[in-house]
Design a protein around this ligand. Structure first.
Ligand code: GKR
Ligand code: MG
Length: 429
């Protein structure tokens, strides 16, 4: 029987352009942590989670609890970790668009790396370990952002004049409806996406609703549209502007904060609502069902506690008539591969999944960037996740982490570099 012998935790920093959201601005580098678990018979499994020095420290603490354990016994692994770290409140998620909990991210990083190991030992892809493949390709959505001009990374707000196609479009400013349509055209041309999401919560709702109307005009009724103000609207604002969007949206993502407010807006508007902010853990489900706070839960294996937990969530969604789609943050190919295995195993995929991947240019896997065909990614067929760590790239990206000095994501501080004194408000309009 294989036993866990080594755990390597490597924080990395990847180039990220100056994208805007309700909480401020993306830093020139997004942080990720790469986890590698090695067994005593030298089988290695990998995973990727959002980078945060507190989560990295907790992972270091978890190492001693995991060494010597059977990577197949994920039930025991979960129990040991829960016992040590205790329960984590829903409030630990924080008010920002992204999830700041520790334990769920530890679970997911350990689980995905162990599933990679199990897949390699059994010679089966992770999708088979999640119950089996339901489709060969998993569709993703374009994910648009308002942004300042800039390439991110060492160029920060500067641009690379030699870039062409999407590489150039990714650096252009997008601060109004016309430039959002241009961004959508460039992204869809490059990746073949057939549905579009706009990250909102940046400008007053009038501008964002006009951006959606402009996208509808440019792409027509056959391209499903979504907008995500990250819970920064008041209930009245969501109802007023939501009415203008009725009929053109596939779903409205987190227009308002909290399950109660989401339920009010949902009753009033009759547009499908989705969330990655108000129903984000199993403990939130009973109240969500009682109130009717959303139609679609956006799973994210990184903060739902792993791929198996996301399959459990999918069963709960089926039982209670909820749809399931997927949320993402800035990420590389190990996360994308895990998302694709999950998307490949879900009983149904009625919605194209979110991904930030087009905004990234770095990679940490052998063979470089994963290819999209007509907006979809092929479910890897090799054993485990089907992707391997590029150790040279890992070294370089870890050096970026050491050089950039960032330790956790703080979009408010980044925004203050552009707009001195700018403050994040949980509800703004
Ligand atoms: O990367 O700025 C961003 C997004 O706002 C991200 O942090 C969110 O978690 O994509 C996310 C969302 O759908 O809320
Ligand atoms: Mg969202």
């Amino acid at each position: 029987m294989s036993k866990i012998e080594e755990i390597h935790i490597t924080p990395i920093a990847i180039i990220d352009p100056p994208l805007l959201n309700a909480a401020g601005l993306h830093a020139p580098y997004a942080l990720r942590t790469i986890v590698e678990i090695v067994t005593d018979d030298r089988i290695s499994g990998i995973s990727e989670i959002p980078g945060n020095s507190d989560i990295d420290a907790a992972l270091e603490e978890a190492r001693a609890l995991l060494i010597g354990r059977d990577p197949f016994n994920l039930n025991v692994i979960r129990q040991v970790l829960s016992k040590h770290f205790g329960t984590e409140s829903a409030a630990a998620r924080g008010d920002a668009p992204w999830d700041q909990r520790k334990l769920v991210h530890i679970f997911s990083s350990v689980e995905v790396a162990c599933l990679d190991i199990i897949g390699k030992i059994t010679g089966r892809p992770v999708v088979d370990l999640l119950g089996g493949k339901m489709r060969d390709r998993v569709p993703f959505s374009a994910y648009l952002f308002y942004k300042y001009e800039g390439a991110g990374g060492p160029l920060e707000f500067g641009t690379d004049p030699g870039a062409t196609g999407w590489a150039a479009a990714r650096q252009a400013a997008a601060l109004d409806p016309e430039s959002i349509v241009a961004q959508a055209e460039a992204m869809c041309k490059e990746f073949g996406f057939q549905s579009i999401k706009l990250k909102g919560g940046v400008f007053e709702p009038r501008v964002e609703v006009d951006s959606m109307l402009a996208l509808y005009k440019a792409f027509g009724p056959d391209v499903p549209l979504r907008v995500d103000p990250n819970a920064i609207w008041e209930v009245e604002t969501a109802i007023r502007y939501g009415r203008e969007l009725k009929g053109i949206l596939e779903y409205l993502e987190d227009p308002v904060r909290g399950q109660e407010n989401m339920a009010k807006v949902r009753r009033e508007l009759g547009i499908p609502l989705a969330t990655n902010m108000c129903t984000t853990s199993f403990g939130d489900i009973p109240r969500s069902i009682e109130l009717g706070s959303e139609d679609i839960i956006l799973s994210d294996h990184h903060f739902w506690g792993g791929l198996q937990a996301s399959m459990t969530l999918s069963g709960i969604c089926q039982t209670f008539g909820r749809g399931l789609s997927m949320h993402s943050n800035s990420h590389l190919g190990i996360s994308l591969a895990a998302m694709v295995h999950l998307g490949g195993a879900l009983p149904g995929v009625p919605y194209a999944l979110d991904t930030h991947y087009p905004w990234q240019s770095d990679e940490v896997i052998v063979g470089g960037r994963i290819q999209f065909e007509e907006g979809s990614v092929k479910v890897p067929t090799g054993p485990g996740l089907g992707v391997e760590l590029d150790r040279e790239a890992l070294k370089k990206l870890h050096q970026n982490y050491l050089d950039c000095g960032l330790k956790k994501r703080d979009d408010e501080i980044e925004m203050q570099k552009k707009v001195p004194g700018w403050k994040f408000k949980a509800v703004r309009w």
